[in-house]
Design a protein around this ligand. Structure first.
Ligand code: MN
Length: 238
């Protein structure tokens, strides 16, 4: 049933004084302790073919509508189960659902970031960073070229599935490059991701097969540096 129809039905029942459905709905809510966020798949800021020829249309479609959607669904499920556990007092599976919440929450967050730090080549994607971002990259890594080599090497060397990520660390105001295994491992507390490349095979296998190195090289042509700099400003609180 559509939500609109459901709400319509509720008001109809309310108008006729029927309380059965309200009672049932109340009982369902009582099984959850605390309010839940309904996480949703964010729309892509460009079309599925916008990153061609570097990232192919089919990969983008599957990656966004299937893989990212699965993380959104998994996060909603995990948070619902934890709310149910709080309500019932039965925490038998708290370890399992906590892990699911971290894995899927990491996936949802990182993919949302990933779409945003890419753009159509020549129209927002590619080129080089400027401004404060450029300055902090040169301070932290020596040069933009040295940063690129470091970041690419980190991406290439992720063991299994994961990410290379550029973070801002508020504690000392520096940029740091790290890897993440899966969607959530190997990241220290207090570092804010500004950009990342997904090196799970689902991100590149259709076009590049096992050639992760070629995919990483191509990826630099779609990096949206203006958005990365915006993320830096947000992380710095200005
Ligand atoms: Mn992915």
């Amino acid at each position: 049933m559509e939500r609109r129809e459901f709400l319509g039905l509720l008001s109809l029942l309310g108008a006729t004084g029927t309380t059965g459905l309200f009672g049932q709905r109340g009982a369902q809510e009582q099984q959850l302790a605390g309010q839940l966020t309904e996480h949703t798949l964010p729309p892509l800021p460009y079309s599925y073919d916008a990153l061609e020829p570097y990232i192919d249309t089919r990969t983008m479609e599957l990656h966004h509508t299937k893989h990212h959607q699965a993380y959104v669904d998994g996060l909603n499920r995990a948070e619902r189960e934890l709310a149910r556990a709080r309500a019932s007092g039965d925490f038998t599976y708290v370890e399992y659902w906590s892990k699911k919440a971290a894995f899927n929450g990491g996936g949802h967050f990182l993919h949302s970031l990933f779409w945003n730090v890419m753009g159509p080549p020549g129209r927002g994607g590619g080129g080089e960073p400027t401004g404060l971002l450029r300055q902090l990259i040169e301070q932290g890594f020596g040069s933009f070229e040295a940063f690129k080599r470091h970041f690419s090497a980190a991406a290439l060397a992720v063991e299994g599935s994961g990410w290379a990520l550029l973070h801002y660390r508020p504690a000392d105001g520096r940029l740091i490059v790290l890897q993440a295994e899966n969607q959530h491992k190997l990241t220290p507390w207090g570092a804010i991701p500004l950009m990342g490349i997904d090196v799970w095979e689902h991100a590149y296998y259709l076009k590049y097969q096992n050639r992760r190195k070629d995919y990483i090289e191509a990826w630099w042509n779609v990096v949206n540096w203006a958005q990365v700099e915006q993320n830096l400003h947000t992380a710095m609180g200005k």
